[in-house]
Design a protein around this ligand. Structure first.
Ligand code: NAD
Ligand code: ZN
Length: 348
């Protein structure tokens, strides 16, 4: 089969590799029907994630058809259409029983495409297949479901639920990339008074408006603090969601939030950010952060099926499964191409 293989910083290729097979009795082998590229894949390719070593097949988001299952797999059969989740987890250890799948102690807790081979391939071996795949309800498209492999649950769990968004809240979302946009859509499910999207790129702010942001702020020339204070009698946002991953935007979220509010950090930070405890403690500010666990995926699947959530609108570009080099080029140059999510499909 063919797969996208990482060959060290800046180097990858779509090349012939051995087709995966069942190694453990809890594995499934899934034929990849649709797959996408994540910002994290670009970080890996820059060499920012040293845990990913040469020879690794990239990718942690896919929709596919089960080809074979190990003898210990209870919930899946060949022919089933499934979402392959970004996190694989044993499902039975102390942390998995708390739905903290990302911290699995039972030999999982892996993000596919990091320490195990990933989904940017014609076939993928999914460890712990019972907890690492989700059955797809009728009436939803592969593209929509694909948005739940990572960005949907990330925005919803780490942004919206950790942030405790409630009806009537003013929610500031800093960063309107796929994760920030999915946080905006997730926040809208709770009937906030205003969602304010803050970014530096006009095209991303346009996308934020399309997915439901009530107010957009281009922080290159407008003052987000002034806008948020103007909407909140000078108090600040009830919830500030950080969806960029640089120190400045974390510190901005801490400044944007009202006394008693929550900063929900979603961004992956490569550098330390300053935590102004001398200010935050007396303002009763709660700070949350975390890795996506995908415990919300069944809820989000129901919301897709009932048309309460339209994550499919984030797909801007479509390719055939073999066109990874071109798709990476388009995705990595989002400023020019205005790409949000690119989908590669075996059927196109
Ligand atoms: P992205 O790079 O596509 O989007 C980031 C957005 O932030 C861009 O639109 C950019 O214009 C904007 N931005 C950059 N600097 C800014 C600034 N100073 N002020 C306002 N906006 C600014 O990234 P993404 O794919 O949407 O991911 C967002 C973050 O979420 C990344 O750090 C990613 O690694 C992280 N992430 C976290 C998890 C998790 O489990 N916690 C999972 C997936 C991704
Ligand atoms: Zn576990």
């Amino acid at each position: 089969m063919h797969a996208v293989v990482y060959h060290g910083p800046g180097r990858k290729s779509w090349e012939e590799v051995p087709k995966p097979s069942i190694q453990d009795d809890t594995d499934a082998v899934v034929k990849v029907d649709s797959v996408t590229i994540c910002g994290t894949d670009l970080h890996i390719l820059k060499g920012d994630v040293p845990a990913v070593t040469e020879g690794r097949i990239l990718g942690h988001e896919a929709v596919g058809t089960v080809e074979s299952v190990g003898s210990g797999v209870k919930n899946l059969s060949p022919g089933d259409r499934v979402l392959v989740s970004c996190i694989t987890a044993c499902g039975s250890c102390r942390f998995c029983r708390e739905a903290r799948y990302g911290q699995c102690l039972g030999g999982g807790g892996w993000i596919l495409g990091h320490l195990v081979d990933g989904t940017q391939a014609e076939y993928v071996r999914v460890p712990f297949a019972d907890t690492s795949t989700f059955a797809i309800p009728a009436g939803v498209t592969d593209e929509e479901v694909l948005m739940l492999a990572d960005i949907g649950p990330t925005g919803y769990e780490v942004g919206v639920l950790n942030g405790h968004v409630r009806p009537g809240d003013v929610v500031a979302v800093v960063g309107a990339g796929p994760i920030g946009l999915s946080s905006i859509m997730g926040a809208k499910l709770f009937s906030p008074a205003h969602v304010v999207a803050i970014d530096l790129a006009e095209s991303r702010l346009e996308a934020a408006k399309r997915v439901g942001a009530d107010v957009v702020v281009n922080a290159t020339h407008d003052d987000a603090l002034e806008v948020v204070r103007g909407l909140t009698d000078g108090l600040g946002a009830d919830v500030a969601i950080e969806a960029v991953g640089v120190p400045g935007t974390f510190e901005q979220c801490a400044a944007l939030v009202r006394p008693g509010g929550t900063v929900a950090n979603v961004g992956v930070h490569g550098k330390p950010a300053t935590l102004h405890l001398e200010d935050l403690w007396i303002r009763d500010v709660t700070i949350t952060t975390g890795l996506v666990d995908t415990y919300s995926t069944p809820t989000l699947l129901r919301l897709l099926a009932s048309r309460q959530l339209d994550l499919g609108q984030l797909v801007t570009h479509r390719f055939g499964l073999g066109d990874f080099m071109q798709a990476y080029e388009v995705f990595a140059n989002a400023a020019d191409t205005q790409a949000l999510k690119v989908v590669l499909s075996a059927r196109s």
